[in-house]
Design a protein. Structure first.
Length: 95
């Protein structure tokens, strides 16, 4: 497009610009219609499961466990889960 404009080929420059504009509009449309799930976005948070996990952590802490250690264990388990259940693998692991 730039080279065509420099060489005074205005028709080619306009055609290349219009093609780029149409391609950009198509990408915007696809992104708007497909939603974040289509692009590997994180799954929505299950509020009930999160509340249950917090209740369990609080129960362990109230029974004498060190809160920092329990939360570190939960984070480590989450890292292991994300490594095992990567999106590229087809596994039936509940989220």
């Amino acid at each position: 497009m730039i080279v065509a404009s420099i060489l005074d080929h205005n028709g080619a420059a306009i055609a290349a610009g219009m093609t780029a504009a149409v391609a950009i509009l198509c990408l915007i449309l696809v992104t708007a219609v497909a939603g974040p799930e289509a692009f590997g976005g994180p799954p929505p948070v299950d509020e009930a499961a999160a509340a249950d996990l917090e209740r369990r952590v609080e129960s362990l802490v109230s029974s004498g466990a060190d809160e920092a250690e329990v939360r570190a264990l939960v984070r480590a388990a989450g890292r292991v889960y994300r490594r095992v259940a990567s999106p590229s693998q087809n596994r039936n692991i509940p989220r």
